[in-house]
Design a protein around this ligand. Structure first.
Ligand SMILES: *Cc1c(COP(=O)(O)O)cnc(C)c1O
Length: 376
C-alpha cells in the first residue's frame, strides 16, 4: 500500500535529538528553540518567530492577542480545518464564513467586504495548499475597516506572495509543523508577527502568564505571574527534530515540487480531455507543493475513484466537510452570502500521496493508475 503521508526524515534528526539530551535541557526555549526560531526568522524575513506546541495553539495566541470581546465577529472561509475557527470561538467570537474561489479553494476576497459589520474585528486568510490568498486586497480591506488580519499559514511554510513569506504579511501568521505538513516536529507550530510592541504580551501568554522570558534575558531579577497565560512552549526534543528539517528547507521543497510537477505534467492530458481539473497557482505566488489535489465531476465519481485507487494499493484522501455545515459550525457561525462553491467544490476534490520520502517510482505508479481509470 502506498501511504498518503509519512513524516519527513532528512538525516540529522537523531543526532540533534541526542545533542538536546546531552545538553541536559529538554523544556522549552533552550538552545535548539533559539537556533531554530532565529533560522526561521532569517529565512522567512520575520521579525518575530515564537515556536509553539501546534498551529492550533499559534492560532489561539493570535486570537487572544487580537483583544476580542464576546460577540465580536471574525471572517474566514468555511473550507478550512476546524482549528482556524476553534481559536476564535475560544475568545467568544462569532464566526462569519464566506465563499471561496473554486480554482485555489482560498477565501474569495471580493466577498469579504459585504460580510463586514460594526462587530467585525478580524479577517482570517487560510492559504490552502500553500497557495497564497489575494493578500494585497485583503490587507487593503483590513486597513480601511481597521481590522486585524491573521494568516492561517499551517500549509504555507516556505511559500511566497510577491516575494513575501506567507505568515509575514498579516498582523499574525501561524505555521504548523504537524507530521502531515511540509516541515515537521511531530506536533508543533509557530506564531509570527512583525510588531515589536506585541513581543512581551506574546511571551507572557506562551509562558503560563509569567515574565520568565524577560527574566532569562536578565531584564528583571525575579519572574512572577503578570497576566493570563497558558503553556504553548514546545520541548527541545521536538524542536531538535524540526531544526534538522529547517536546515534542509530547500531540499525538502525541491523534492515536493518534483512530485507536484510530475503529477501535473502527467495528469494534464486528463484535464485537456475535460475529465478532471488540476490546481491553479495565481500570478505572483510561489507555492510549496504542500499538497496535490485534483477535482473530478462530482461526489459519486470521487467515491468510486478513491475505492478504485485503494484496490490498486494507493491511499488517496479527501478533506474538509465545510465548517458551516458541521455541528459546531452551525452552533458558532453563519455563512454570509451564497455558498456557490464551498460545498460543491469540496465534494469533488481528492488529494494524492505527497511527502518528502515518497519514491518517484511510486509517483509514476499512482499517475498510471489515474490515467488507466476510465469512469471519470
Ligand atoms: C494542519 C492545519 C491546522 C492545524 O495545525 P496543528 O499544528 O495540527 O494544530 C490548522 N489550519 C490548517 C489550514 C491546517 O492545515
Amino acid at each position: 500500500m502506498i501511504r498518503f503521508n509519512q513524516p519527513p526524515v532528512v538525516g540529522n534528526e537523531i543526532q540533534y535529538i541526542q545533542e538536546a539530551i546531552a545538553g541536559g535541557k529538554l523544556c522549552g526555549d533552550g538552545p535548539f528553540t533559539k537556533k531554530c526560531s532565529a533560522l526561521m526568522a532569517e529565512k522567512f524575513g520575520s521579525r518575530h518567530v515564537l515556536l509553539t506546541t501546534s498551529c492550533t495553539h499559534a492560532l489561539e495566541m493570535a486570537a487572544y492577542l487580537c483583544d476580542l470581546q464576546p460577540g465580536d465577529e471574525v471572517i474566514m472561509p468555511s473550507y478550512t480545518f476546524c482549528s482556524t475557527a476553534d481559536a476564535f470561538v475560544l475568545q467568544g467570537a462569532k464566526i462569519v464564513f464566506v465563499d471561496i474561489h473554486p480554482e485555489t479553494m482560498n477565501i474569495d476576497e471580493t466577498k469579504i467586504e459585504d460580510a463586514i459589520t460594526d462587530k467585525t474585528k478580524v479577517i482570517v486568510a487560510v492559504h490552502y495548499a500553500g497557495v497564497a490568498c489575494e493578500m494585497d486586497t485583503i490587507m487593503d480591506i483590513a486597513r480601511r475597516h481597521n481590522l486585524k488580519v491573521v494568516e492561517d499559514a499551517a500549509q504555507g511554510v516556505n511559500a511566497w506572495y510577491h516575494g513575501k513569506a506567507l505568515g509575514t504579511i498579516g498582523d499574525f501568521g501561524c505555521y504548523s509543523f504537524h507530521e502531515t505538513k511540509n516541515y515537521s516536529m511531530g506536533e508543533g507550530g509557530a506564531l509570527l508577527f512583525q510588531d515589536d510592541s506585541l513581543l512581551e504580551r506574546a511571551e507572557i501568554l506562551r509562558e503560563k502568564g509569567t515574565n520568565r522570558s524577560k527574566f532569562f534575558r536578565g531584564q528583571i531579577d525575579k519572574y512572577t505571574w503578570v497576566n493570563f497565560g497558558s503553556s504553548y512552549l514546545p520541548s527541545e526534543l521536538n524542536v531538535a527534530y524540526l531544526y534538522a528539517q529547517i536546515e534542509k528547507l530547500d531540499e525538502i521543497n525541491e523534492k515536493r515540487c518534483a512530485i507536484y510537477q510530475y503529477y501535473y505534467e502527467h495528469l494534464k492530458p486528463l484535464q485537456e480531455k475535460g475529465l478532471i481539473e488540476l490546481p491553479v497557482i495565481p500570478e505572483g505566488c510561489r507555492a510549496n507543493a504542500h499538497m496535490f489535489f485534483m477535482k473530478v465531476k462530482d461526489l459519486d465519481t470521487r467515491t468510486k475513484l478513491l475505492d478504485w485507487m485503494k484496490e490498486k494499493g494507493v491511499l488517496c484522501v479527501f478533506h474538509y466537510i465545510p465548517l458551516h455545515s458541521s455541528p459546531a459550525g452551525l452552533k458558532y457561525g453563519t455563512f454570509h452570502g451564497e455558498d456557490e462553491y464551498t460545498t460543491k467544490e469540496s465534494e469533488r476534490l481528492l488529494r494524492l500521496p505527497m511527502f518528502y520520502n515518497l519514491d518517484m517510482k511510486d509517483v509514476a505508479y499512482i499517475t498510471d493508475c489515474l490515467l488507466a481509470y476510465d469512469e471519470y
